[in-house]
Design a protein around this ligand. Structure first.
Ligand code: ZN
Length: 106
């Protein structure tokens, strides 16, 4: 008769019961061995970190896209003002249009 895994697990009942699998190493089954649990925790935290990175990258891309859209609107508006007036557009507005245009360059 082989040894049972020594891990206590929560089943459907009120109290924890002993794991029903056979012990395969150091008195634990393959799933409950501390090395396996540590590896699972590491994998979980790596996945969480990768997920967090993906969200951060996506948010950064969205922020840049919305900034570009805003600058594009400003640029078109300012160029419209410059086109529709002869010489009365203040220099700083022309400079802003120029800078917005530059920011939109890849
Ligand atoms: Zn077990």
């Amino acid at each position: 008769m082989s040894e049972r895994c020594k891990q206590r697990v929560l089943g459907g009942g009120m109290r924890p019961r002993q794991c029903s699998r056979n012990a395969t190493r150091d008195g634990w089954c393959a799933q409950h061995h501390p090395d396996a649990e540590k590896a699972r925790r590491e994998q979980t935290s790596q996945r969480a970190a990768a997920h967090h990175d993906a969200i951060r990258i996506k948010m950064e891309a969205e922020r840049k896209r919305s900034l570009r859209a805003m600058h594009h609107t400003d640029l078109v508006h300012l160029l419209g003002r410059i086109l529709n007036s002869s010489y009365d557009v203040p220099q700083h507005e022309i400079r802003t249009a120029y800078e917005r245009g530059r920011e939109l360059l890849p």
